[in-house]
Write a protein of this length. Structure first.
Length: 584
């Protein structure tokens, strides 16, 4: 499909979506039953016709291509059959004095196979290959007989024919081989004797010999096939065009129906599942983006009208996703830690926020790991977010119900993984889940808990509640607590209004963020890219922030101004905070 047609189809699809949204809003004032009934009816009346308009040309084009290929194949088959019938007719009595040499050839040579290896060559030889009965010139299409003046047996040298339309290279090679066959009177040869020329143009043996070395799939590529289950796939983490990042996950999401792969949806599973994902990151990746195929989706219904095909050279791709037992996961984690060098024996745990699907949480953890060049063990915990803009209330309650499962997961990482340093990164609503679990763990003071850094990115937590919890966490992380706040985070703005106007811990009301003793607060408004994204993940979509997070995890250097000299120190009555300078 050319770009013009694709653009036209995209325009038609967009028009349909716009019309539907207008119709959607026009019935908003109706009672609930009538409103949703009309909206479903409008989906059928508006969306379905536009979808057919968009998809029909593509399906029609594919059908026409298939029909043309079928017609070419039928034409080639009929042509071959006509030639075979002509050969049989001429060799059976319509060739005059040429019939004797033909008969001799039939007796002296076994039938040569034709393309496909399933049918014998038609009786007789091609008309242009018949030796002249009187030693003179042969008919139309005949080759000059090089033995006519020497008295040697006739050996025509037929010129290879170009392939006919619809004819495969092997069929053409078989025809050229028959053209080169000598017509000579010799004693009958044993059937196993190979005639001159390629005797088995389509045999498996010849195909194997003809296969170039590069045709065999690379071992690493086989390990990366979707759905692969071999743990050895991690060893093949460097490819020519992409790099594989292992991410160990925990989730209390319910499994979603998917015939192609393991999948976790938005429903609550009420149990902890462990596993590992292998995410390929393209070498063409631009920090700090997550490159995924673009698509045209109907809002609210999540119906995809068009989606670009995945390409590991361009996109983040889930090359493997499988569940593991606790023992299997710990064995792989310890193996990963043993190979670590830049972040020796270090692990980080990422907890996503509101409006995040399972796959996107895994991609985000892989992107952070790749961009900060983290070679330790990367973990992600994915609680059952609704993955939609309208799922705020559901997400808040789902994060709360996930506490016991996340607590078990965090204890597994801190007490059994073998990591000597552990950093925890929480984003947005994920901070509610993390802070409550950390508070309980700190009260119980379990043996072996080694948390070096706690990083709270744009926390969507009530500011007063945050102060209470943060005060109870003093001394828990050996390195410290860092809070990233932003004044241009749209989701936090919505959350503040949703909660009666009380500022969130990640807000910067009046230009001053939350400042608490024992916490390094950084105002990241100037470098946040939240205004460009629906997932309000400015912390991961900014080069400056990612660089700081990488240095913080690796060195633990404090205060922030020492590791990031461009930060501005801002004193307040409650203490000091740090601010990224505005771009000039």
């Amino acid at each position: 499909m050319d770009f013009t047609q694709l653009a036209i189809q995209a325009g038609i699809a967009l028009l349909g979506v716009v019309l539907y949204l207008i119709a959607w809003r026009s019935v908003a004032a109706l009672p609930a039953l009538a409103k949703w009934g009309l909206r479903l009816l409008l989906a059928v009346v508006i969306i379905a016709p536009f979808a057919l308009i968009v998809l029909t040309p593509t399906m029609q084009m594919n059908r026409e291509v298939a029909e043309r290929a079928e017609r070419r194949n039928d034409w080639a088959a009929r042509r071959y059959q006509r030639e075979a019938d002509d050969f049989s007719e001429r060799s059976s009595g319509g060739n005059g004095g040429a019939s004797a040499p033909v008969e001799t050839e039939k007796k002296s040579r076994p039938p040569a196979p034709v393309a496909g290896g399933s049918q014998p060559e038609p009786d007789g030889v091609r008309p242009e290959m018949k030796p002249p009965s009187n030693g003179g010139t042969r008919g139309i299409g005949a080759n000059r007989d090089p033995g006519a003046t020497t008295g040697q047996p006739a050996r025509p040298t037929a010129t290879p024919r170009p392939p006919a339309v619809g004819q495969t290279p092997d069929e053409n090679a078989a025809g050229s081989a028959r053209d080169r066959t000598a017509v000579e009177e010799v004693a009958p040869r044993a059937p196993e004797t190979t005639p001159p020329g390629p005797a088995k143009p389509q045999s498996a043996e010849r195909l194997e010999r003809a296969q170039p070395p590069s045709a065999a799939p690379d071992a690493a590529s086989r390990d990366l096939a979707p759905g692969a289950s071999s743990p050895g796939a991690v060893a093949a983490d460097q490819q020519e065009d992409w790099t594989v990042v292992p991410v160990f996950f925990g989730t209390d999401r319910e499994r979603a129906a998917n015939d192609k792969r393991l999948d976790f949806g938005t429903a609550r599973g009420r149990k902890l599942e462990l596993g590992r994902a292998l995410v390929s990151v393209p070498k063409a990746h631009e920090v700090p983006l997550i490159e995924r195929p673009w698509s045209i989706t109907i809002p609210y219904f999540k119906v995809k009208i068009y989606e670009q095909q995945e390409d590991p050279k361009k996109h983040f791709i889930m090359q493997e996703l499988k569940t593991l037992s606790e023992a299997e996961l710990l064995a792989l984690v310890k193996d990963q830690l043993a190979k670590s060098a830049r972040f020796k024996d270090h692990a980080f745990v990422f907890v996503h926020g509101y409006n995040t699907s399972f796959d996107f949480a895994v991609y985000r953890a892989a992107q952070i790991s790749y961009d900060i060049k983290f070679d330790g063990a990367s973990f992600v915990y994915s609680w059952p977010s609704g993955g939609g803009i309208a799922s705020y209330t559901y997400d808040r309650e789902s994060a709360a119900q996930a506490e016991p499962f996340f607590a078990d997961f965090l204890k597994l990482v801190t007490q059994k993984s073998g990591a000597k340093s552990i950093s925890v990164i929480a984003h947005s609503m994920g901070n509610q889940l993390l802070l409550r679990v950390l508070q309980d763990m700190h009260r119980q003071k379990p043996e072996g808990v080694q948390i070096s850094q706690i990083i709270l990115a744009a926390p969507d937590v009530d500011r007063d509640s945050f102060e209470n919890i943060a005060a109870s966490l003093k001394g828990m992380p050996s390195g410290g607590i860092t809070l990233y706040a932003a004044a241009n985070d749209r989701a936090l703005d919505v959350s503040r209004r949703f909660h009666g106007g009380i500022p969130r811990a990640g807000d910067v009301p009046g230009g001053v963020p939350l400042v608490l003793p024992g916490i390094d607060t950084i105002d990241a408004t100037a470098v946040s890219m939240d205004s460009l994204g629906l997932h309000h993940s400015g912390y991961a979509e900014s080069n400056a922030l990612l660089s700081d997070i990488g240095l913080l995890i690796q060195t633990g250097e404090r205060p922030p101004g020492k590791r990031v000299p461009i930060l501005q120190r801002v004193p307040t009555e409650k203490g000091e905070f740090w601010r990224y300078p505005a771009a000039r």
